[in-house]
Design a protein around this ligand. Sequence first.
Ligand SMILES: [Zn+2]
Ligand SMILES: [Zn+2]
Length: 265
Amino acid sequence: MNVINKDYQQLQEQIQLLSDKWNQQLQEDKLTDSEQVAAITKYPALSQLQLSVDLEQYHRFIEELLLLLGETQPSLESDIKALKKNMTTEVLGQWFPEAITVNQAFFETFAENHQIASWLPYFVAEHAIRPYLQKAASEIKEELRDVDVSGGCPACGEAPRLAIINKKGKKEVTCPRCLHAWEVKKIKCAHCGSEEPGKLEIIKVEKDDSAEVHVCHECNGYTKVIDVRKKIKKESIALIDIKSIHLDFIAQENGYGVSEHSDVN
Ligand SMILES: [Zn+2]
Ligand SMILES: [Zn+2]
């Protein structure tokens, strides 16, 4: 079952290839400062850290993504041109922390001020930031291990709206932004932490025994749960998230919604 448009899915697959390449390029870098990491007391952790990021490189990532968007959507030509013109290293220095904290309003204002399609700056800023989030999250993995994580990704703050059933058969909430993952009890709400009997309801999906939606009567949150052991094709978390967008619709049609932002890009 798949309700998303074929072109959009293809674009997401191409973006995945780009981000695989970007991840490779960051492999050797160290983005976090050990002293700062040792001093973390608040979560999400990544917005508390001064990541050492090469803004020229972030710029290149965005340029590569814009090239791809331009090729696949020629109608964006003038938006892309306007964005490129206004995207200085100084501007990107402002973008970076705003993208980490998902300040969509900031990017919408930027788009408006420069007469660019309102979704475009945020879309590229977010996709190009993910390799950094993923690398930094992997560097602080140990520090995140024992954190009580009800409510959001302890690394980047993303709402816990996606989980997999992992090889051990455990429900593992996995963050599609930074790829940090943590196991939770099957009957526990990943949003509010409620374990009270009857609070978590499991919605099964017709003709697909690899997917469920766990909804919570306590906080109204939902988490898509995908049994990756039943999938023949192994896919990245980002693509699993995109391709299970019908589960978001099921949850939302039933009146459930994620607490903060519900970005499904
Ligand atoms: Zn995260
Ligand atoms: Zn809940």
